[in-house]
Ligand binder design. Structure first.
Ligand code: 4AD
Ligand code: MG
Length: 505
């Protein structure tokens, strides 16, 4: 048996054997410092000539980035080191010498990294994201299992659309068309009538040609469905659920959140009460006609725009200053330090420039938002900016929502849907609703949505035999991972993303 880096805290001053890869290496005449990773963590390993002798020292010298190695040594506590420990190596073994590993520790373009996703996954940032994703998955199961929800699987091949016919992937199913599931919900409703409380956790597919930072063609969705739940109870559950998931990640994934530089105070806001805003009020807030605790959504954008412009000026001035220092002639260390700072600030300026380009467009779009339409990505950004915690928008115009949502009592132009919008501009991560129970209304809606009644006969049976009020929602796993990890793009939320235009690797 060998040991794992994650267990070093219990192995101080003990002899261990670790097996893994060389993430990085630097050397002096008598010492080689290896940043070693084994999947469970990262640690510095010191190979010293005095201890291992010349032959082994030469082997360590030959180690390249991503070579696989076995190291035997003693764990020592050292606060200054990554993770707080260091391995002092006694002996070592090369398992496989990696040749010219294409991904260096320098910056690479997104395209290059995406084409090398199979290797990119090994980088520290991606490692951390995947472990946070895993924690989110465990937290989701924990939450529902603790509450006696039964996990059941909806089929992936389906005969019909759940969320509308425009974005279905068609496949050949024994000579007949079948579609990859957009959502397990309709089946979830049938399962809830059998079990009371259920949730699905499976892949879903959307063929929309959306090349945006929030759209995947294949993504995992978690869809609880609850018999005898109103939309108010649905919203209560959504709120407790998200609080549970985020708090578990905050508790168990400190190292990973730190590795990706996540400002966790932004996530801790989930412990506040989630504001619940009716669609009609959300529209007013978005247009700047209604304030949120004295804050105006449009004014906030104007302030952000001014701040971005000031930031660009400040950073440009700082770069000029550092360039002057370098020009003046300085020691290598000082030059390197300043060059690093310049590079960092150039990247930050790019982000700010993007904001300066976008915000005026967002403001225009928000001010001119047409009541009754669906919020676009930028509208969600503007709206959520006025709140620190996630926001629930409920009672949506019927025209823009799915056929199965229950009409608001006495106002059939609105339905009891709810979207949960994550803060910091991340936007929709959950969509849900109370389900229509009236057979007549459903039949009318199926016609209105131009869906084929034959496909829904079985679904209508749920309203014929012991129909009950019920509600549910769908959480997009990629969306919550993106928010928790503060990622620019969903492409980093899944090991091998499938999105518009991308199928390899
Ligand atoms: O809002 P949506 O379309 O709702 C449903 O599918 C319902 N049937 C859910 C239910 O009530 N059981 O999708 C739910 C969530 C969205 O809020 C979003 O998080 C995610 O799924 N999602 C996507 N994630 C990544 N890429 C896409 N193209 C997504 N489309 C939806
Ligand atoms: Mg939605």
């Amino acid at each position: 048996m060998h040991q794992y880096v994650k267990d070093f805290s219990g192995q101080v001053d003990q002899k261990v054997t670790v097996k893994g890869w060389v993430a990085n290496k630097r050397e002096s005449k008598t010492n080689i410092f290896i940043v070693f990773r084994d999947g469970t963590g990262y640690t510095q390993c010191v190979v010293s000539l005095d201890t291992v002798g010349e032959a082994q020292f030469d082997i360590a010298k030959s180690f390249t980035q991503e070579s696989s190695v076995i190291l035997n040594g003693t764990v020592v506590a050292d606060e200054r080191q990554i993770g707080g420990y260091e391995l002092q190596v006694d002996s070592l073994e090369l398992v496989h010498l990696s040749k010219e590993y294409p991904i260096s520790n320098k910056a690479h373009g997104v395209r290059f990294l995406s084409d090398n996703r199979h290797l990119w996954l090994r980088s520290k940032r991606q490692w951390a994201i995947m472990r946070i994703r895993n924690e989110i998955i465990m937290a989701i199961h924990e939450f529902f299992q603790e509450r006696d929800f039964v996990q059941m699987d909806a089929p992936i091949f389906t005969g019909s659309a759940c969320e509308g016919t425009t974005d279905l992937f068609e496949t050949d199913y024994f000579g007949n068309p079948a579609y990859l599931s957009q959502s397990g919900q309709l089946y979830g409703e049938a399962m809830a009538m059998a079990q009371g409380l259920i949730y699905t956790f499976g892949p879903t597919f959307r063929a929309e040609k959306s090349d945006t930072p929030r759209h995947l063609a294949e993504f995992w969705m978690i869809e609880p469905e609850m018999a005898f739940y109103t939309n108010e109870m649905n919203m209560d559950l959504i709120e407790t659920f998200i609080k549970h998931v985020i708090n578990r990640v905050l508790k168990n994934r400190k190292i990973e959140l730190d590795a990706i530089g996540r400002d966790v105070s932004k996530l801790e806001t989930v412990n506040q009460e989630f504001p619940r805003v009716a669609y009609v009020d959300a529209v007013k807030i978005l247009r700047g006609e209604q304030e949120v605790n004295g804050k105006n959504a449009i004014t906030l954008q104007e302030e952000d725009l001014a701040a971005a412009k000031a930031g660009i000026e400040e950073k440009t001035a700082d770069i000029a200053e550092r360039e002057a220092i370098i020009k003046g002639g300085v020691k290598k260390g000082v030059r390197k330090f300043n060059e690093g700072k310049i590079l960092e600030q150039r990247q930050e300026i790019e982000v700010l420039k993007e904001k300066v380009r976008n915000i005026p467009k967002w403001i225009e779009s928000a001010k001119n938002f047409v009541d009754g339409e669906d919020f676009g990505g930028s509208d969600e950004t503007v709206l959520t900016r006025a709140f620190a915690a996630p926001v629930m928008v409920y009672n949506w115009p019927a025209a823009i929502k799915s056929f199965y949502m229950k009409e608001v009592d006495g106002d059939p132009n609105y339905v009891k849907g709810v979207d949960l919008l994550a803060p910091e501009g991340f936007g929709e991560i959950i969509g849900g609703s109370e389900r229509e129970t009236s057979l007549d209304v459903l039949v009318r809606k199926i016609h209105e949505h131009k869906l084929d009644m034959n496909d829904f006969e079985w679904y209508l049976d749920l309203r014929r035999f012991g129909s009950v009020p019920h509600s549910g929602f769908g959480l997009g796993l990629a969306r919550i991972v993106r928010w928790v990890c503060n990622l620019d793009h969903v492409r980093e939320t899944v090991p091998f993303p499938r999105r518009y235009g991308t199928i390899r690797p």
